[in-house]
Design a protein around this ligand. Structure first.
Ligand SMILES: [Zn+2]
Length: 233
């Protein structure tokens, strides 16, 4: 089991950790700052460094069984040994872009209040798919996004039980993906006065940190689906 430090503090760029397992599937650490691919957000990249100068490039992070996080190494890398002590260092500029984008998609979802059928975060541009036949006015959306960014609303996380979520089904906006059940608790992302929904991703501390985000394209993906792309200007 890996301790998911990024869920407690998304701003941790590095941590000391011990290798639990190392195989061609990836390196499992006892704790990590690397976010694993999921919820439309890419897995983190970065490096693992040992005190003796050995260094491993992490090209991706994925969820493994039983709460493990697999740090995928570049092809052909020599593996660290079990119990090796390493410093896990995330590619922070890339991750911070993902945090800004991911938070920005919550803002987009609060402006366009349709069901969300899919989405993808990337450092350069991101998208959300909406279940709607309505036309989308990009200029109006951009204005509304800018108002939310300038309002600099605080962003925070808290945990609720499965039962508390069941009592508030309106919290679940994403039609295609239900939040994971069975762990007994669900992580809620709250943007004060703007959005409240289950989310396991990494976010910035306030909407001002998202920065200027604009709609770059709206695509019709079937009669009931609009794909909205956003990018930073
Ligand atoms: Zn989120």
């Amino acid at each position: 089991m890996t301790e998911w430090l990024f869920q407690q503090d998304a701003y941790l760029e590095r941590c000391a950790a011990r290798v639990l397992e190392a195989s061609p599937d990836g390196v499992v650490l006892d704790r990590t700052v690397f976010y694993p691919l999921g919820g439309g957000q890419p897995g983190d990249t970065g490096v693992l460094e040992a005190n003796d100068g050995r260094r491993w490039t992490v090209v991706d992070a994925r969820k493994g069984d039983g709460g493990r996080i697999l740090h995928r190494l570049a092809d052909g890398s020599a593996l660290p040994g079990p119990a090796d002590e390493v410093e896990a260092i995330v590619d922070w500029p890339r991750r911070h872009l993902h945090m800004r984008m991911h938070t920005g998609l919550h803002l987009l979802g609060s402006v366009l209040r349709f069901g969300v059928t899919g989405g993808q975060v990337a450092a350069d541009r991101s998208r959300l798919d909406f279940d709607t036949q309505d036309e989308i006015d990009a200029a109006r959306v951009n204005e509304a996004l800018q108002v939310l960014v300038e309002a600099d609303r605080p962003v925070s996380c808290r945990w609720i039980t499965d039962e508390e979520l069941d009592a508030q089904p309106e919290l679940v906006r994403t039609l295609s993906v239900q939040p994971p059940r069975g762990a007994g608790r669900i992580r809620l992302l709250e943007i004060a006065g703007v959005d409240l929904q289950p989310c396991g991703g990494t976010h910035v501390r306030s909407t001002g940190e998202v920065g200027r985000l604009v709609v770059t394209k709206v695509e019709n993906k079937g009669r009931h689906n609009k794909r909205v792309y956003v990018a930073f200007t």
